[in-house]
Design a protein around this ligand. Structure first.
Ligand SMILES: [Zn+2]
Length: 314
């Protein structure tokens, strides 16, 4: 088990709520990443595991417990903890959302490394033995009729992005999580982009992460901002924490770090979501038009049958 040597403080706003939030990542004495809502009196501890993911509709990953406590947008912090090798921490937040900071995983990662990490056995390995796939088509079919109808009418997701998206986990010869992410958007500045990243729990793969992936931010369209805000989303978004696209999606309104920053961010999301497995997934992961919902669905499929995986403690 490896935890932090010292507390890590992060203050900012929630990207969706826009509300100020203070977060303290604390050393912990048992394995797992736990979130604690310190603004609630009790029943406020939430293990950050795939079976506690309560919502993925708001373009983020929200975890919650049966008592109704929840924390939104955990994925970038989860990715930073995972790559840093931390498998035990208690994350106190005084609101319903992790602060968005600079929109990526880089600040979290840097502060975790500054605090230092205890020595010990690292992540337990979850070795994928059989291929599992989650598809957008089957997720749509599983929705209640009214939800499906709403999806079509709003055209928010299904119409524009098609139903051919999937996330697939398959056995690998390497001792690594090999992620290939592909995005396909009609917005010309994004178009079709792919990016590959391998995490093998070495210093090299952590350095690769910080150099090529950790700073990538998500994106939004300026034209949609009003709609999102009216529906309780993106109220904390600004030109520093989100890539802002113009109306036609032909250019960005702020500076981007790489032309394919969009798909690099998808790698952060995939790493963070895979860490809700509670360990280091050893597999080839293919994410084609992936989403937090598909990442969660593929983990549920993986763990639905013990023949699909082996767990190896470090
Ligand atoms: Zn993200």
């Amino acid at each position: 088990m490896r935890t932090l040597k010292d507390n890590v403080l992060c203050s900012g706003v929630g990207i969706h709520s826009g509300e100020p939030v203070n977060m303290i990542i604390r050393p912990f004495d048992k394995p797992g990443i736990f979130f604690r809502r310190v603004d609630l009196d009790d029943k406020n501890l939430i293990p950050a595991t795939y079976d506690n993911v309560s919502d993925t509709k708001m373009r983020n990953t929200t975890i919650g417990n049966l008592k109704g406590a929840h924390v939104k947008t955990i994925e970038h912090l989860m990715a930073a903890l995972f790559v840093a090798g931390v498998d035990s921490a208690l994350v106190d937040v005084d609101g319903a959302e992790v602060p968005i900071m600079n929109g990526s995983a880089s600040l979290f990662y840097r502060r975790i490394m500054e605090a230092g990490i205890t020595k010990g056995a690292g992540h337990k390995k979850i070795v994928v033995k059989k291929t599992v796939v989650a598809t957008a088509r089957e997720m749509l079919r599983a929705l209640p009729f009214l939800e499906r109808l709403k999806g079509f009418i709003l055209g928010l997701f299904y119409r524009r992005r098609g139903l051919d998206g999937y996330v697939k986990l398959s056995p690998t010869k390497d001792k690594a999580l090999n992620i290939k992410a592909t995005l396909v958007y009609t917005e010309p500045i994004i178009g079709k982009q792919s990016f590959v990243y391998s995490f093998d729990n070495t210093k090299w793969s952590a350095e690769n992460f910080i150099r090529n992936i950790a700073s990538a931010r998500t994106f939004g369209k300026y034209a949609e901002w009003g709609y999102l805000k009216a529906h309780g989303m993106a109220r904390g978004a600004d030109e520093k924490n989100v890539i802002v696209l113009d109306y036609g999606g032909e250019k960005t309104l702020n500076r981007i770090y790489w032309p394919d920053e969009f798909v690099r961010h998808k790698i952060i999301d995939a790493i963070g979501d895979m860490f809700t497995s509670g360990g280091f997934i050893v597999a080839d992961l293919e994410s084609y038009k992936g989403s937090h919902a598909l990442n969660n669905a593929v983990l549920k499929k993986l763990f639905s049958n013990p023949d699909n995986y082996d767990i190896i403690d470090a």
